[in-house]
Write a protein that binds this ligand. Structure first.
Ligand SMILES: CC(C)(COP(=O)(O)OP(=O)(O)OC[C@H]1O[C@@H](n2cnc3c(N)ncnc32)[C@H](O)[C@@H]1OP(=O)(O)O)[C@@H](O)C(=O)NCCC(=O)NCCS
Length: 183
């Protein structure tokens, strides 16, 4: 799990649900149901969810809060990204990138060969993030999102290529330095 003090990734716990839901509701047109997230954490053997937490101090007390989260399903040798979000006030500080990179390293560890995801056509920020990590557009699903009728863009990244792993390691060094400089 990636760490860039004061930020660190860890597995999501049931007790994280309220903080995660508070970010989710501000991040997506149709928020996830709490029962669905609970199902993902407790029942779904394919599901892997992580949070991005931040340590901070108030007076003498050391506190922690959740500032983002991500999740994926491991299906055979394929990882499908189900969600990723960062607290709105903290976007644009490479934290979404940290969550994505953390998932990509976890995908390698399983080991998976392919990472797939769907993204709304209008979601340029997310598409740019995935493109930065060499995800390629491989298709689209017209009117996939029931809430807005929007199309989904399908994107994939292949993990088998050794050069991609080297690329991720290099990205990690750059990213951790960027986050720590800003913190
Ligand atoms: C998508 C999301 C997770 C990105 O998180 P973030 O912390 O703001 O993004 P980062 O700061 O890590 O950005 C990393 C890269 O993403 C791209 N990016 C991020 N925000 C962008 C924006 N507003 N416009 C264009 N590209 C953007 C850039 O390539 C950026 O790299 P760069 O800074 O070197 O140019 C965040 O915008 C979010 O939570 N959105 C709401 C939920 C969502 O849409 N999730 C995706 C579902 S598919």
């Amino acid at each position: 799990m990636l760490t860039a003090p004061p930020f660190y990734c860890r597995n999501m716990l049931l007790e994280d649900i309220p903080e995660v839901m508070a970010i989710d509701v501000r991040s997506f047109p149709t928020p996830m149901k709490e029962s669905m997230l609970r199902y993902e954490l407790v029942e779904n053997q394919l599901a892997h969810y992580q949070v991005l937490a931040q340590k901070f101090t108030i007076g003498d007390a050391s506190e922690k809060r959740i500032v983002g989260f991500a999740g994926y399903w491991l299906m055979g040798d394929e990882v499908h990204v189900s969600t990723i979000a960062v607290q709105p006030e903290l976007r644009g500080q490479h934290l979404g990138e940290m969550l994505l990179l953390n998932m990509l390293f976890l995908a390698y560890e399983h080991p998976a060969c392919l990472v797939t995801l769907e993204v709304r056509r209008s979601n340029v920020a997310a598409q740019q993030l995935y493109a930065k990590y060499n995800f390629a557009v491989v298709g689209e699903r017209p009117r996939y999102y029931k809430d807005t009728g929007e199309d989904a863009i399908l994107m994939t990244a292949e993990l088998l290529n050794g050069r991609y792993h080297q690329f991720l390691i290099a990205q990690k060094q750059t990213l951790l330095a960027q986050i720590q400089t800003k913190a």
